[in-house]
Design a protein around this ligand. Sequence first.
Ligand code: ATP
Ligand code: MN
Length: 150
Amino acid sequence: MFKKILYPTDFSEVAAKALDYIKQLKEAGAQEVTILHVINQRIIDGLKRHAMLDKDILHWRNKAEEIAHDSLVEMSKELESLGFTVKTVVKTGFPWREILEVEKKEAPSILVIGSHGRSNLGDVFLGSVSDRVIRKSKGPVMVIKRDMKD
Ligand code: ATP
Ligand code: MN
Protein backbone atom coordinates (compact mmCIF):
# COMPACT_ATOMS: atom_id res chain seq x y z
CA MET A 1 0.00 0.00 0.00
CA PHE A 2 2.94 2.34 0.63
CA LYS A 3 5.59 0.81 -1.65
CA LYS A 4 6.19 3.85 -3.81
CA ILE A 5 5.76 7.31 -2.30
CA LEU A 6 5.53 10.67 -4.03
CA TYR A 7 6.69 13.40 -1.65
CA PRO A 8 6.30 16.99 -2.82
CA THR A 9 8.16 19.49 -0.64
CA ASP A 10 8.29 23.28 -0.51
CA PHE A 11 11.02 23.08 2.17
CA SER A 12 8.57 24.24 4.83
CA GLU A 13 8.33 23.05 8.42
CA VAL A 14 5.11 21.13 7.68
CA ALA A 15 6.69 19.40 4.66
CA ALA A 16 9.64 18.45 6.89
CA LYS A 17 7.17 16.91 9.30
CA ALA A 18 5.75 14.87 6.43
CA LEU A 19 9.24 13.51 5.76
CA ASP A 20 9.40 12.18 9.33
CA TYR A 21 6.27 10.15 8.63
CA ILE A 22 7.71 8.83 5.39
CA LYS A 23 10.69 7.47 7.31
CA GLN A 24 8.29 5.61 9.58
CA LEU A 25 6.41 4.18 6.61
CA LYS A 26 9.44 1.97 5.96
CA GLU A 27 8.03 -0.40 8.55
CA ALA A 28 4.78 -0.50 6.57
CA GLY A 29 6.57 -1.57 3.39
CA ALA A 30 7.66 1.71 1.80
CA GLN A 31 10.61 1.21 -0.56
CA GLU A 32 10.81 4.02 -3.11
CA VAL A 33 10.45 7.76 -2.65
CA THR A 34 10.30 10.43 -5.33
CA ILE A 35 11.06 13.83 -3.80
CA LEU A 36 9.64 16.68 -5.85
CA HIS A 37 10.11 20.42 -5.63
CA VAL A 38 8.39 22.88 -7.93
CA ILE A 39 9.80 26.35 -8.54
CA ASN A 40 6.65 28.44 -8.56
CA GLN A 41 5.77 29.97 -11.92
CA ARG A 42 4.12 32.77 -9.95
CA ILE A 43 7.54 34.02 -8.86
CA ILE A 44 8.71 34.06 -12.46
CA ASP A 45 5.58 35.91 -13.56
CA GLY A 46 6.34 38.46 -10.85
CA LEU A 47 9.87 38.97 -12.15
CA LYS A 48 8.43 39.47 -15.64
CA ARG A 49 6.03 42.09 -14.36
CA HIS A 50 8.96 43.88 -12.84
CA ALA A 51 10.51 43.99 -16.30
CA MET A 52 13.34 41.59 -15.57
CA LEU A 53 14.99 40.55 -18.83
CA ASP A 54 14.27 37.05 -20.18
CA LYS A 55 17.91 36.07 -19.98
CA ASP A 56 18.11 37.18 -16.36
CA ILE A 57 14.92 35.27 -15.56
CA LEU A 58 16.38 32.17 -17.14
CA HIS A 59 19.55 32.63 -15.12
CA TRP A 60 17.53 33.05 -11.90
CA ARG A 61 15.47 29.97 -12.71
CA ASN A 62 18.52 27.82 -13.42
CA LYS A 63 20.10 28.96 -10.18
CA ALA A 64 16.90 28.27 -8.21
CA GLU A 65 16.61 24.80 -9.76
CA GLU A 66 20.23 24.08 -8.89
CA ILE A 67 19.81 25.11 -5.25
CA ALA A 68 16.58 23.09 -4.96
CA HIS A 69 18.27 20.09 -6.52
CA ASP A 70 21.11 20.25 -3.97
CA SER A 71 18.60 20.34 -1.12
CA LEU A 72 16.72 17.36 -2.52
CA VAL A 73 19.97 15.42 -2.85
CA GLU A 74 20.67 16.12 0.84
CA MET A 75 17.25 14.75 1.76
CA SER A 76 17.70 11.73 -0.46
CA LYS A 77 20.98 10.81 1.27
CA GLU A 78 19.16 10.60 4.55
CA LEU A 79 16.43 8.38 3.09
CA GLU A 80 18.95 6.20 1.27
CA SER A 81 20.83 5.59 4.49
CA LEU A 82 17.56 4.19 5.85
CA GLY A 83 17.29 1.80 2.90
CA PHE A 84 14.95 3.70 0.56
CA THR A 85 15.50 3.99 -3.18
CA VAL A 86 15.19 7.69 -3.96
CA LYS A 87 14.59 9.80 -7.02
CA THR A 88 14.75 13.61 -7.02
CA VAL A 89 12.76 15.81 -9.37
CA VAL A 90 12.86 19.61 -9.75
CA LYS A 91 10.36 21.33 -12.02
CA THR A 92 9.19 24.83 -12.76
CA GLY A 93 5.49 25.55 -13.11
CA PHE A 94 2.38 25.71 -10.95
CA PRO A 95 3.08 23.40 -8.00
CA TRP A 96 -0.32 21.62 -7.92
CA ARG A 97 -0.25 20.99 -11.66
CA GLU A 98 3.33 19.69 -11.69
CA ILE A 99 2.64 17.46 -8.67
CA LEU A 100 -0.34 15.90 -10.46
CA GLU A 101 1.70 15.53 -13.64
CA VAL A 102 4.39 13.59 -11.77
CA GLU A 103 1.71 11.48 -10.08
CA LYS A 104 0.34 10.57 -13.50
CA LYS A 105 3.78 9.64 -14.79
CA GLU A 106 5.09 7.75 -11.79
CA ALA A 107 1.89 6.15 -10.53
CA PRO A 108 2.96 6.14 -6.85
CA SER A 109 1.11 4.01 -4.29
CA ILE A 110 0.50 7.14 -2.25
CA LEU A 111 1.25 10.86 -2.11
CA VAL A 112 2.48 12.28 1.21
CA ILE A 113 2.07 16.05 1.59
CA GLY A 114 1.76 18.68 4.28
CA SER A 115 -1.63 20.26 5.03
CA HIS A 116 0.11 23.63 4.82
CA GLY A 117 3.36 24.94 3.48
CA ARG A 118 5.41 28.07 3.56
CA SER A 119 2.48 30.46 3.92
CA ASN A 120 1.01 28.48 6.82
CA LEU A 121 -1.76 31.03 7.46
CA GLY A 122 -3.55 30.63 10.77
CA ASP A 123 -7.18 30.34 9.72
CA VAL A 124 -6.72 28.39 6.51
CA PHE A 125 -7.93 24.78 6.67
CA LEU A 126 -5.72 23.59 3.82
CA GLY A 127 -3.09 25.31 1.69
CA SER A 128 -4.07 25.87 -1.93
CA VAL A 129 -1.57 23.34 -3.25
CA SER A 130 -2.67 20.51 -0.96
CA ASP A 131 -6.33 21.45 -1.58
CA ARG A 132 -6.00 21.06 -5.33
CA VAL A 133 -3.81 17.97 -5.12
CA ILE A 134 -6.27 16.20 -2.79
CA ARG A 135 -9.20 17.10 -5.05
CA LYS A 136 -7.61 16.03 -8.29
CA SER A 137 -5.18 13.21 -7.52
CA LYS A 138 -5.83 9.76 -8.93
CA GLY A 139 -4.50 7.83 -5.96
CA PRO A 140 -4.60 8.13 -2.18
CA VAL A 141 -3.08 11.09 -0.36
CA MET A 142 -1.70 11.12 3.17
CA VAL A 143 -1.96 14.63 4.62
CA ILE A 144 0.38 15.47 7.47
CA LYS A 145 -1.11 18.22 9.58
CA ARG A 146 0.80 21.19 10.92
CA ASP A 147 1.39 21.38 14.67
CA MET A 148 -1.75 22.75 16.27
CA LYS A 149 -1.58 25.48 18.86
CA ASP A 150 -4.52 24.92 21.15
P1 ATP B 1 -0.57 28.69 0.01
O1 ATP B 1 0.59 28.30 -0.81
O2 ATP B 1 -1.88 28.35 -0.61
O3 ATP B 1 -0.48 30.12 0.43
P2 ATP B 1 0.59 27.03 2.14
O4 ATP B 1 1.92 27.44 1.62
O5 ATP B 1 0.37 27.14 3.62
O6 ATP B 1 -0.58 27.82 1.40
P3 ATP B 1 0.56 24.72 0.38
O7 ATP B 1 1.36 25.55 -0.55
O8 ATP B 1 -0.75 24.17 -0.09
O9 ATP B 1 0.28 25.51 1.76
O10 ATP B 1 1.49 23.52 0.87
C1 ATP B 1 0.98 22.26 1.28
C2 ATP B 1 1.96 21.16 0.94
O11 ATP B 1 2.04 21.06 -0.50
C3 ATP B 1 3.41 21.38 1.40
O12 ATP B 1 3.61 20.95 2.75
C4 ATP B 1 4.15 20.52 0.38
O13 ATP B 1 4.03 19.15 0.74
C5 ATP B 1 3.35 20.76 -0.91
N1 ATP B 1 3.89 21.89 -1.72
C6 ATP B 1 3.52 23.19 -1.66
N2 ATP B 1 4.22 23.93 -2.52
C7 ATP B 1 5.07 23.09 -3.15
C8 ATP B 1 6.09 23.24 -4.15
N3 ATP B 1 6.37 24.44 -4.67
N4 ATP B 1 6.77 22.15 -4.58
C9 ATP B 1 6.49 20.94 -4.04
N5 ATP B 1 5.56 20.73 -3.10
C10 ATP B 1 4.85 21.78 -2.64
MN1 MN C 1 2.42 27.34 -0.48
